[in-house]
Design a binder for this molecule. Sequence first.
Ligand SMILES: [Zn+2]
Length: 112
Amino acid sequence: MEAKGRKECQAKGVCPQCGSVGMQWKYGINESGTQRYKCKDCGRTYTPAPRAHEYDEGTKKTALRMLVSGMSGRKIGLLLGMCKNNAYKWAEEEAKKRREECAFDESIHKTE
Ligand SMILES: [Zn+2]
């Protein structure tokens, strides 16, 4: 079974749709220059997870703390050695999540 896939450009990857491994093929490049892939099992085309996911939770939390303390995304990026857009994006996402949690808590108190 393995021999037939060799000629084509088989990529390493996991399909985000069906979780298939080993049937992922390169499928052109998108506008931002990222490699696209196609799953031969379910036919889904996708771009692999962006690089931001390579950073761990601890780094994200540090980025969030820095943002909350008034630091700019650029400074956070410099200090953590990451792209400023990544740093800012995470911090924003985390802050949004927390705001939603707070709003949820408040709505519980209001119904009392
Ligand atoms: Zn698939």
